[in-house]
Design a protein around this ligand. Structure first.
Ligand code: DX5
Ligand code: ZN
Length: 225
């Protein structure tokens, strides 16, 4: 599967968001990852619809919205309305029945659905949702902040998730998020990830195009037979 690079806006210069979005587009990135944090599911608050809406108006890249919130189901209609391409909810944010309903609602609104596993959540927690998702997100840091170190000990879980998906939902992608950089992306790719969220290592690089293409190359090289 083609390797996708998703710069995380959390690492952008918020005083110049419009230009930052253009910089991400010019870099050859595939998706624009938007981290919504409510200060309850995670100990940090990022941005909500007053920021997402204007982003959606100008962005040409598909918006990949990562909901680090306790009630992501409240916002599905609004996310569909602004034109989000994909919505990720955390496996432990709501009870499983409510998560199932939310994933169905995301898909029936025409968006792609994804479930995220925080570092302490096991791969098997995806099972009730496995046929309802287009992407599984294996967090490689504790959610809440950019700029943290990559947790290499999550790689066996990426492999386990790949095993479950091969069995129940083979076309489903695996995203990794947190600490992805040139020195870590290869390990994630060889473990089975194919969508890479990159905050610090993309937006904080002076040459974002160079960063995105070398990250993509490192991911591809890692899986080349
Ligand atoms: C963390 C967010 C990430 C964050 C990644 O909770 O989900 O998307 O922006 O940033 P880096 O790449 O700097 O670890
Ligand atoms: Zn994220």
């Amino acid at each position: 599967m083609e390797m996708l690079i998703a710069p995380s806006l959390l690492a952008a210069d918020f005083l110049r968001l419009g230009e930052e979005i253009r910089r991400a587009e010019a870099s050859g990135a595939d998706l624009l990852h938007c981290d919504v944090m409510d200060g309850v599911y995670v100990p940090n608050i990022s941005f909500g619809f007053s920021v997402l809406e204007p982003i959606a108006k100008i962005a040409r890249l598909p918006l990949d919205v990562h909901m680090m919130t306790v009630c992501p189901d409240r916002y599905v209609d609004k996310l569909a309305k602004i034109g989000a391409a994909s919505v990720t909810v955390h496996s432990d944010a709501m009870d499983p029945e409510r998560t199932v309903e939310t994933l169905k609602a995301i898909r029936s609104s025409g968006m792609k659905a994804a479930v995220a596993l925080s570092p302490k959540r096991p791969a098997a927690e995806l099972l009730p949702f496995i046929e309802l998702i287009d992407m599984a997100l294996v967090m490689t840091v504790e959610p809440g902040f950019g700029g943290q170190s990559f947790m290499a000990d999550m790689m066996p879980k990426v492999g386990e998730v790949r095993g479950l998906l091969d069995r129940y939902n083979p076309s489903c992608r695996i995203q990794v998020d947190g600490g992805i950089a040139s020195g870590t992306i290869g390990a994630a790719a060889s473990a089975g990830a194919d969508v890479f969220v990159v905050g610090t290592a993309s937006f904080r690089s002076e040459d974002m195009s160079g960063a995105v293409s070398s990250l993509r190359r490192a991911a591809e090289d890692a899986v080349r037979p």
